[in-house]
Design a protein around this ligand. Structure first.
Ligand code: NAD
Length: 351
């Protein structure tokens, strides 16, 4: 068994860079040895953790003891930093969104293929328990044939006060949060995306979007609604998934929610109920005896598996979990989302 410990340098030691540092403290096959950040305050913070501080990026590239470069800088800088690292013989873990567009992803994929160095994007929200619970319900057919998924995140604090406001730096909520939600949606529904209709919001008056609403259709007819909001003082559920035999809802990251499934054998016709100012048969609830409500399944998961899979990928001992083709597909989908918002039209795809 290979027991090499890989030396990793974090480039960009801000919020996410330091989070990687903390997570990697408990990953036995990787040791964070150094940091490069352009801000003095962040260099100081890294020095306090005992990391070596590099004066410039070239010094990281020139250091033969560095095996892995982890990129956690603003989005527009991922591409040049990645290409230089791959060409210098380093493996690369890169934060999401991988790049600014699909062409940049393709360039990185060919640099990775040419150099033989691994490039992997940190799609860490594949390890979120809420997503894994929904995936389990869909994969195990608990809800019957699923025909619609809603996946969203709602906050009320606007866009954080940093580079996320800046279009040229890859700001905006589509690239920030949309990328996670699309990544997971495309794993839930393996069929091709056939159309996208998107409306981005600019409620807060920034040059970048502060929210997204995207309606997608898939080959075979499944549909999905993907939403990111930053001015939602009451948050709608993270997930609402409905199939012919049941519905699941997960409200929040504490896994509040429920799964309702019903007995297909119930053939009794509905009895009309008084609802609001009217009478309805269509919206009358099913009789309680035919509906089973259960809590959302709980799933054990550990996002550190991402780093272990990265090491296994370098060593060729496991299939990679986050595939570059998947990353390219998400980026292409997000380009269609931007196009639909810009033109006000449905974008037809075979993606
Ligand atoms: P941040 O502003 O907190 O940190 C970015 C750091 O990069 C800063 O310290 C800045 O000084 C440094 N920096 C900027 N340009 C640099 C350069 N050229 N070379 C070296 N250092 C440079 O931002 P953040 O919130 O940590 O986001 C960083 C990246 O991580 C983004 O791509 C973001 O999308 C991603 N992110 C991912 C997750 C996740 O859950 N996967 C969460 C948050 C952020």
């Amino acid at each position: 068994m290979n027991d090499k410990i890989y030396s990793l340098v974090i480039v960009g030691y801000g919020g996410m860079g330091s989070q990687h540092g903390r997570k990697l403290e408990n990953v036995s096959r990787i040791k964070v040895t150094g940091v490069f950040d352009i801000k003095e305050a962040r260099q100081e913070a890294a020095r306090a953790q005992g990391y070596k501080i590099y004066e410039d990026y070239q010094a990281v590239l020139d250091d033969p003891s560095v095996d892995i470069v982890l990129i956690a800088t603003p989005n527009d800088s991922h591409h040049p930093i990645t290409i230089q690292a791959l060409n210098a013989g380093k493996h690369v873990i890169c934060e999401k969104p991988a790049m600014m567009n699909s062409q940049e992803v393709e360039e990185v994929m060919s640099a990775s293929a040419q150099t033989g160095n691994v490039f992997m994007v940190h799609q860490n929200r594949r390890w979120d328990e809420d997503y894994l619970a929904i995936k389990k319900l869909v994969d195990e057919n608990v809800l019957g044939e699923v025909f619609h998924v809603e996946s969203r995140v709602h906050g009320s604090r606007g866009i954080p006060g940093d580079w996320r406001h800046d279009l040229n730096r890859g700001g905006g909520m589509l690239l920030d949060w949309g990328v996670h939600l699309f990544d997971r949606l495309l794993l839930l529904f393996p069929q091709k995306v056939t159309s996208v209709y998107a409306k981005l919001s600019y409620i807060l008056g920034h040059e970048v979007d502060d929210g997204i609403k995207v309606f997608l259709t898939f080959e075979g007819g499944r549909t999905a609604l993907v939403e990111v909001g930053t001015t939602n003082f009451i948050a709608l559920p993270l997930w609402y998934v409905t199939g012919l035999n049941g519905t699941a809802m997960i409200e929040d990251w504490d896994m509040n929610g429920k799964v309702a499934t019903w007995d297909q054998a119930d053939t009794k016709d509905a009895v009309p109920i008084v609802a609001g100012a009217g009478l309805t048969k269509t919206m009358a609830p099913r009789s309680e005896s035919t509906v089973t409500e259960t809590p959302v399944p709980r799933i054990e998961c550990d996002v550190r598996d991402f780093y272990y899979n990265f090491v296994d990928t370098i060593e060729g001992t496991a299939d990679r979990i986050v595939k570059n083709e998947e990353v390219l597909r998400i980026m292409t989908l997000m380009e269609a989302v931007f196009e639909s918002d810009r033109t006000g039209q449905v974008v037809h795809l075979n993606l």
